[in-house]
Ligand binder design. Sequence first.
Ligand code: MLC
Ligand code: AMP
Length: 499
Amino acid sequence: MTNHLYDALIAPHADNQAIFLECDDGTALTFKDFVARAAQIAHVLTQAGVAPGDRVVVQAPKLPDTIALYAACLQTGAVYLPLNTAYTQAEVSYFIGDAEPVLVVCDAKDEAKIGEITKDTETVILTLSADRGSLSEAADSKPTAFQTVSRGEDDLAGLLYTSGTTGRSKGAMLSHKNLGSNARVLTDLWQITSDDRLIHALPIFHTHGLFVAMNTALLSGARVRFMTSFDIDTILEELPRSTLLMGVPTFYTRLLGDSRFTAEITHKMRLFISGSAPLLAETHIAFEARTGHRVLERYGMTETNMITSNPYYGERIAGTVGYALPGTDVQVTNPDTGTPLPSGEVGMIEVRGDNVFQGYWNMPEKTAEELRPTGFFITGDLGVLTQDGRLSIVGRAKDLIISGGYNIYPKEIEDVINDADGVTESAVFGVPHPDFGESVLAAVVADKATALDIDALKATVEPQLARFKHPRRYIVMDELPRNTMGKVQKNVLRDAYSG
Ligand code: MLC
Ligand code: AMP
């Protein structure tokens, strides 16, 4: 029986007594114990009726059992569907409706809310919480071995939702091969081995913290300092005994903002990796000046896993995202015609390779729009290649705000604001923010007849959207700036309200 990803990431550790996860409370779990725990959870999944190909929705805290649940999904052939813990009931309701999971695993505090969403379905709910939960308790009494379900490289391993420019989130279908190939390439390129100790302070519901960080650690047998969340004091404490950090740019600006962050405490560190949002060249330069380390910036997407990386050996250039990963093709095309452009010209970044997803769940038209018959995926990012193939991202063709590494699609927020009483229309846009990179503002045009009450508007909008999507300021305008075609000029709003 072969299982493409389980056999690569989990099975080899069945007898590995080395430490895998070190937690905030001082407890540690060996790889061997992790494999056994995943097997116990796999038994719980099958008992709950999860069959190969079934989706398991997970909106749970960052715990060792949450990672073991991911491994158990691989082992049982289920499709792992993680959700941001900040998502509201309205947001989660859409994902559950679209993905039709057999099982939802949530924090015990959210069980009633999830129950409300699934009440007319057969969906089973189990809980995972810091103080245990029904999934963990059920797993305790299960056997520590499980007959691994056979899965091929094209079978789905993950379904990760990414918001769309139309406002509706799209589920990116990721196969065993998509995840396995990228983990191999990154582990090799970044030279990750069992001698490494990775500081893991990212959430585990996105590609970065789950696949980039955990899959490479599992593949290489690296030790992971598994932090519940980003906490600067803990990071500073852990740096002198660690070798690797993966973070969003906010991690690096926060570290630089702290005078305790010195070259001395980074002397054991081998590699600092940044991604998910642009790392400002000034951050890269200041980081090197402070520590002597050049941050390695890489570029990726939920749909494609990682696409490019600055070199491990060789020049890491501030403001560039490096070369296409081995086995991945990157081209820059004319956004209107799709024709490849020569180096030096700005255009649409497109990517092809084993890392590129299988399409959007239940959305064949969307898949056809973004995934060419040639296998190239149209990223929506604008970039330019040098003659020797080094990529720089220069902008986005998609209307997207990236705040602290979280993607925020203005259309989703505009739809909620426009539905509120007293609003004619709105435009949501991003402005530079010193900590999060970008921050969300909303320009709102009120109905002529009413005086808009911003507090009432917030009270309508905010319960529907995760906190990180909330506009930090509402600006009431008589009308939105538009070009001659009638299109809202968000660049005009951005220029007017930056700073
Ligand atoms: C938290 N808040 C945010 C926010 N994170 N607001 C906007 N954007 C964010 N990213 C809110 C909180 O709700 C809180 O609201 C307030 O800001 C202060 O919170 P905090 O405690 O200071 O934030 P913190 O917990 O420190 O989180 C910041 C962060 C976190 C940057 C560490 O957002 C984070 O871990 N981001 C990583 C996201 C990520 O993994 N992205 C990868 C996507 S994959 P209040 O109520 O107090 O006002 C991908 C592909 C690829 O993009 O290439 O990798
Ligand atoms: P997501 O949809 O959450 O997977 O986010 C993917 C998007 O993040 C990409 O399309 C880029 O716009 C952005 N992104 C990821 N890495 C980088 C980077 N190093 N520099 C600039 N943008 C990035």
